[in-house]
Design a protein around this ligand. Structure first.
Ligand code: SF4
Length: 414
């Protein structure tokens, strides 16, 4: 912590004149600019060293939609040396929810069952229409019972109040799973509310993405910026397979642009020194073992299953299903809905949509001919354009090769 920041922490607006306080804030902000410039210079020095040691292209995958947001929003991609490429991974749960499960939810909503879900899943389009509706949003316009909620607790409260037969479409990664688990453990989920689990586990998807990238790019070196939020639950240990088994440096990073730059520099440092470790940069929130109580709750309420990821296929042990003890709440059992298996898996993206490749880090949104032409945040065609965490949506809203690059070029930092 710099002197300015220490002083800042020890004071408050009540103890200082407001102008002084604002001056100090500006001082702290400026010190961040110096840190960013130093990190950018370090990244370039390390990339240069890598070239001198015969290491050609270096690909660093960020996994979390919020990291991709930071990278795009702050133009971090524009600051990279030419031999370092940042690619986005499968870090958006809405993007990977299979079309068939959206169709199930739409169908239930037309059968008089109230469907509760989050705002982005509400807009998510399926491949096939049910009663001419491609999404829960369209179903609601046609009179079906659909309600947007901001949490599972909201759905519980509303289902309790209405007493109506209802379903919660529970989409998310490890970050939301403990909240769902505690509600079931505390027995506060009413009998009239079923749970359509679309909770996915991220490490198996990261393993698959890395394996595919490595197979296709034998000469490249790889690094991973692992998700900060997910790691508060799983702990850093969840990602150590990449460094220990695959020889890939991993840094669990926070979401400020400085966090991301530190992570990139540490990955390059490891590559240059021929190391592969799992390092926690986001120490203010993440530990090696994670939130063990949350992990226990998840394990008590859910079982791990092979799960379907939209546009990708079945990934072994990558999903959570309610355990037998909570079977009466399991929407798949209650309404005889079939889980997708490897036998009946079918590619489930709209024609022309490259979301599966974007999600695996094998294509950029701008590689898709529909990007910002037919497919926009206002009229999304594929799932990666729907959620604020979807890579296409982030690139569409904040650049990703556009304005950020122009600014960087004009500042001669490209
Ligand atoms: S731009 Fe739209 S159609 Fe293209 S990959 Fe992204 S979500 Fe799919």
């Amino acid at each position: 912590m710099s002197m300015d920041e220490k002083k800042l922490e020890a004071t408050s607006p009540g103890e200082l004149a407001e102008r002084d306080f604002l001056d100090k804030l500006e001082g702290a902000f400026r010190s961040n600019i110096h840190v960013a410039v130093s990190l950018r210079n370090l990244i370039h020095r390390l990339a240069e060293k890598a070239l001198m040691r015969g290491i050609g292209r270096i690909v660093i995958m960020d996994f979390c939609g919020t990291h991709e947001w930071s990278i795009v929003h702050f133009g971090i991609r524009s600051l990279m040396p030419r031999n370092v490429e940042l690619v986005a991974g499968p870090g958006c749960p809405v993007c990977v929810t299979p079309s068939k499960y959206i169709e199930y939810a739409v169908k239930l909503s037309f059968e008089g069952i109230t469907v509760y879900t989050y705002g982005d899943a509400y807009r998510l389009r399926s491949l096939r229409p049910i009663n001419s509706a491609y999404s829960l949003q369209e179903a609601r316009s046609d009179g079906a019972s659909v309600q947007v909620v901001t949490s599972f607790i909201d759905a519980i409260r509303l289902a309790n109040k209405s007493g109506r037969e209802s379903v919660f479409l529970g989409i998310g990664f490890e970050t939301v799973a403990p909240g769902y688990a505690v509600a079931f453990k505390k027995n506060i989920v009413p009998g009239n509310l079923a749970f359509l689990s679309q909770v996915k586990l991220t490490p198996p998807a990261m393993r698959l993405s890395l394996e595919l990238l490595m197979k296709e790019n034998l000469d490249y070196r790889f690094g991973v910026i692992a998700p900060g939020h997910v790691s508060t639950i799983t702990g850093a240990k969840a990602w150590s397979f990449a460094s220990e088994e695959m020889g890939i440096p991993v840094v669990i990073a926070g979401f400020e642009p400085i966090d991301v730059l530190i992570a990139i520099a540490e990955i390059l440092r490891q590559i240059v020194n021929n190391e592969s470790k799992t390092v926690i940069e986001y120490r203010r929130a993440v530990t090696w073992s994670g939130d063990e109580e949350a992990q226990r709750n998840i394990n008590e309420v859910f079982t791990t299953i092979d799960d379907a990821w939209r546009g990708i296929g079945i990934i072994p042990r990558s999903g959570l299903e309610l355990s037998d003890r909570y079977a009466s709440h399991n929407a798949f059992e209650k309404y005889s809905l079939k889980r997708i298996s490897s036998d009946d898996w079918e590619y489930d993206l709209p024609r022309g949509c490259k979301c599966g490749l974007v999600t695996l880090g094998k294509a950029k949104p701008t590689d898709c001919p529909l990007f910002m032409k037919a497919c926009t945040p206002d009229r999304p065609i594929g799932p990666c354009m729907v959620s604020v965490e979807g890579t296409c949506s982030i690139w569409a809203r904040f650049g990703g090769g556009g304005l950020a690059d122009e600014v960087a070029r004009s500042l001669e930092v490209y």
